[in-house]
Write a protein that binds this ligand. Structure first.
Ligand SMILES: Cc1cc2nc3c(=O)[nH]c(=O)nc-3n(C[C@H](O)[C@H](O)[C@H](O)COP(=O)(O)OP(=O)(O)OC[C@H]3O[C@@H](n4cnc5c(N)ncnc54)[C@H](O)[C@@H]3O)c2cc1C
Length: 285
């Protein structure tokens, strides 16, 4: 169909064209691919994000989105459609050939400054920068592989990106374990929030790089618990996508701390995973 491309008003300096918008889950996760139209450099690092804006009659809104992947001047993001959320609704409503303004890439890199085991706690679309990091690790000769990602979702219907994850796992740069907070009775993977299910699996954590991504409550609680057991705060990368101001309740943090095995709580030097649980990556029932 021949359709005239829409050009969105934007106060942001850079321009990109929409290549595709793909709904990945019935629960509202979308993958959006863009091509950069301007001539400025575009060399993002994993963990960096781009920002999009909405110029309305009454208000101006701008929101960042982490990069899922980059190929030359084409980039992808993963978007959770938030009910009544202006920018996420705008993004998932884009069509191929639409033109948008954006800013970036900007933000901190997730690439560790020194080699060491890497463990990510990611909820929902927080998997996005973890996949970009896993993709980049293949070209780092001294990376300690794989990046171990614990992915917190609500339902089996929230699962997506299975092919990309399988490809990176086959390459040896990634290992993903899903934990469902609302699992069906026949779910054989981890059952519960990642703050509940994952700490018992981590025995020795002192030289590990930790990545906490997405739900601000999870980020704040896990960060406090990791610091409490002696992990250096410079080894904890945090990116909360929403609920940024959540103040962790001390009792909740104490409960998370108590879930770590004693070896982790005494601050020994390397990470190892207890065997037998959480081994299946994208285990579907
Ligand atoms: C550094 C950074 C990187 C981000 N990267 C991503 C990304 O890769 N993908 C992505 O989808 N979002 C990402 N976000 C969130 C994004 O910027 C927007 O805040 C989000 O899309 C909601 O914007 P909105 O205008 O649609 O709704 P808003 O009006 O801003 O939010 C409406 C409500 O939805 C809540 N909310 C926002 N995001 C979620 C979510 N994922 N799940 C449940 N509730 C939510 C908010 O707390 C608020 O209560 C990121 C945020 C930051 C700060």
């Amino acid at each position: 169909m021949n359709r005239r491309a829409r050009r969105h008003p934007s106060e942001l300096p850079r321009r990109a064209r929409v290549v595709s918008v793909t709904q990945l889950t019935s629960t509202g996760t979308y993958r959006i691919r863009f091509t950069v139209l301007d001539d400025d450099p575009f060399d993002p690092l994993p963990g960096q994000f781009v920002a999009f804006d909405l110029v309305g009659h009454h208000e101006y809104r701008r929101s960042p989105y982490c990069l899922l992947g980059v190929e030359g001047r084409t980039f992808e993001i993963l978007v959770r459609r938030v009910p009544q959320g202006p920018i996420s609704q705008f993004l998932v409503g884009l069509r191929p050939d639409d033109e948008v303004g954006f800013r970036g890439p900007t933000g901190r890199s997730m690439i560790p400054r020194r080699p060491g085991p890497m463990v990510a706690f990611a909820t929902g679309v927080g998997i996005s920068p973890c996949l970009f990091l896993a993709e980049s690790l293949a070209s780092l000769p001294d990376a300690r592989l794989p990046l171990r990602v614990f992915w917190g979702l609500r339902l089996p219907d929230d699962l997506c990106l299975e092919e990309e994850i399988a490809r990176l796992e086959a390459r040896g740069t990634l290992r993903v374990t899903v934990s469902l907070s609302r699992p069906p009775s026949d779910w054989h993977g981890l059952r519960g929030r990642i703050t509940e299910t994952v700490p018992p699996l981590l025995s020795e954590v002192a030289d590990t790089w930790f990545y906490l991504v997405s739900n601000g409550r999870m980020v704040a609680e896990m960060r406090a618990a990791l610091e409490e057991i002696g992990v250096d705060r410079n080894r904890i990368y945090c990116e909360s996508f929403f609920d940024h101001r959540h103040r962790p309740d001390p009792d909740t943090v104490a409960e998370i701390v108590a879930r770590f095995p004693p070896a982790a709580r005494t601050g020994l030097a390397t990470l190892s995973l207890l065997t037998g649980r959480g081994r299946d990556l994208l285990s579907r029932p």
